[in-house]
Ligand binder design. Sequence first.
Ligand SMILES: Cc1cc2nc3c(=O)[nH]c(=O)nc-3n(C[C@H](O)[C@H](O)[C@H](O)COP(=O)(O)OP(=O)(O)OC[C@H]3O[C@@H](n4cnc5c(N)ncnc54)[C@H](O)[C@@H]3O)c2cc1C
Length: 753
Amino acid sequence: MTDVPQGSASRAKTPPRWRTGRRAGVLLVLAVALALWWAMAPRETLTLANLQSCHAELLAWHEVSPWSVRGAFFVLYLLVAGLSLPGVAVLTLAAGAVFGLGWGIFLVSFASSLGATLSFWLARYLLADLLRARMGPRLQAVRTRLEREGALYLLGLRLIPLVPFGAVNLLMGLTEIRSLTFYAISQLGMFPSTLLFVAAGQQLATLRSASDVLGPTALGVLVALGAAVALLPSLAARGLQRLRQRQRLAPWRGQRPRQFDTNLVVIGAGAGGLVSAYVAAAAGAKVTLVEARAMGGDCLNYGCVPSKALIQSAKVAHQVRTAAQFGVQAQALALDWPALMARIAKVIASIAPHDSVQRYTDLGVDVLQGHARIVNPWVVEVTQPGHDPKRIRTRSIVIAAGAQAVVPDLPGLQDVGFATSDTLWAQLATCKELPRRIVVLGGGPIGCELGQAFARLGARVTLVEAGERLLAREDTDVSALVQAALEGDGVHVRTGHTALRCHQSPAETGVPGEKELVLRQSATELETTVAFDLLLVAVGRRARLSGYGLEALGLDTERTVPTNAYLQTIFPTIYAAGDVAGPYQLTHAAAHQAWYATVNALFGDFKRFAVDYRHLPQATFVAPEVARVGLNEQEAQAQGVPFEVTRFDLADLDRALCDTGNTPPTGFVKVLTPPGKDRILGVSIAAPQAAEMLAEYVLAMRHSLGLKAVLGTVHAYPTFTEANKYAAGAWQKAHVPRRLLALARAFHAWRLG
Ligand SMILES: Cc1cc2nc3c(=O)[nH]c(=O)nc-3n(C[C@H](O)[C@H](O)[C@H](O)COP(=O)(O)OP(=O)(O)OC[C@H]3O[C@@H](n4cnc5c(N)ncnc54)[C@H](O)[C@@H]3O)c2cc1C
């Protein structure tokens, strides 16, 4: 064993070298210009006292050659403003003192606006990429907002003479605001101060300091005006939002109850709804939870839990099948299908108490088992079997109604019969044995997980995916690894194949009554037919949006319930969380959102929290598992975020070598960092316990710890989590300061004598 990272690679996706070189050139020119400025025109030159003492001289010079003085002044002003050097205020006074009001305002107004634009360009050119790389999505949100409302912010800042001129140029250079807009707004916003300073310059002799120019009244007026303009966008946005919400509520205003039965009604007791009810009860609110089907929702009953229980059985089968590779002779594999399905039911039953009516009732939640319908923004009607519908008056509502499987419009599909993740478990429970030939339609996480599990249990599985690769949201290397793993387990992967139709083979062909799926390969247009005993449709899940009042409310029911960053719908009283709100379809995402939706629904009048998805882990439980947090390569490229990739392959990991049979271990830890920095932008892991390993990186990212912190953490030996440390070590190795290393080598050589 060794504690030193091996076999690592680090490659950079950085801005082109020529751009970095050019930037360094511009920086050099700037540095030289600044050095010259300080050497030739020290700080004392542009002072009020100097100006007052040379006033007569300047007037005389202007008398003799007005155009050259105006030209020289314009260029000087432009440079001082453009390079954000001190002295702009004194130059503006000089303009009034030498050129008078008209020419003074004209020259200063154009020179200062052009100078500001020059400094804005320099900031954009030199710093914007750097900042974008550092702040990623958070900066993107700020930039988007400034792009939308930046003109008003800029105008406000320009109006306030207390805000440093150079700082505004720098700040705006880092946003997406257009240069022309910046120039025009700057000219407009700086006009009042320019006017006041140039006018004051005409009384130069009476001034004691530049701060005399703006008396308290003028300063107060400008600050108030600037602040009002700068705050206008957010005030206007809030006002507009309130107005829209009032308009939305207007048709129901007459139906608003005077009193309420409860603080919150939660629709759906899945991952999102359960957390929402829990949080509300813990916060002391009166909360009613309504569930139409089984408590626990999709995850417990049809999703994560049964699928992971099935995957575990498949893993055992795989271990038995490959036992000889580990020097263990196992008898021929025999599947006891009813026992396997009974185990899945037992696993569900053992977790069910966590999500049960009893538990939530004990927590203080009013649990109603029935169908909920939103009558108006304050009233939910619950229909329970055998009871009259009951209307509940509520202050707020959280919709956590989940999603359901998408069924494609495939000719013949309904006739041959099929399963979705919603119906699969009930269908499988009626089978005496595992269906012999299974076609899985869809190469996303659900299709890959279940397809591989069925193959490991002994079914002949064909996995059909219209796209060119499996798990299209992952990087190509992850997709390739998963495809190889599935094929290694015997799955016939048909990427680039579109399902055309289903049928039962006619009597005159080989096996009459055989169920078949006809596919077309996109590249060759060739049609093939695959026979199956079970067709699992796993082409995606769509938010549940109909049948409980959304249409009547006028809520958009196209894709998901539309919400803002606070998970509030267009109605101020209605929030949404989980699969029904999107964009993620994950249990922990639903739970995460539920906290925000609930807290905002209960306390939003005082303080609201915008949901934050930056460190949301995602895992697909194929073997090896694939898991990731933050950006992957394709996302970073799409967002224009410069990055470096550091990768550590499991083939070099002691624990992976211990655990692997005849074939060498596959998998990797791949970390994205900004060029030259150890800050973690994202991590993708493919490994037997990738989802567990990822937790260390999720924590690191959440608490702004870089790869150096991961490297400096002791990891138990031999574990898979050591791969996290080795990836960090690989990064460190690629970033050793070479000169320092050379010095150290020389030092040690010298010590040898
Ligand atoms: C096969 C499969 C495997 C999965 N594996 C994983 C995994 O490994 N990890 C992971 O993170 N995620 C996994 N998921 C996704 C996960 O199950 C969902 O993201 C999660 O269940 C979403 O929770 P939710 O609360 O939004 O919705 P749900 O759990 O679907 O709960 C919504 C509930 O609302 C109820 N409801 C709807 N309308 C009404 C109404 N009008 N009145 C009353 N009740 C109503 C429904 O009956 C349902 O119980 C998997 C999903 C599937 C299908």
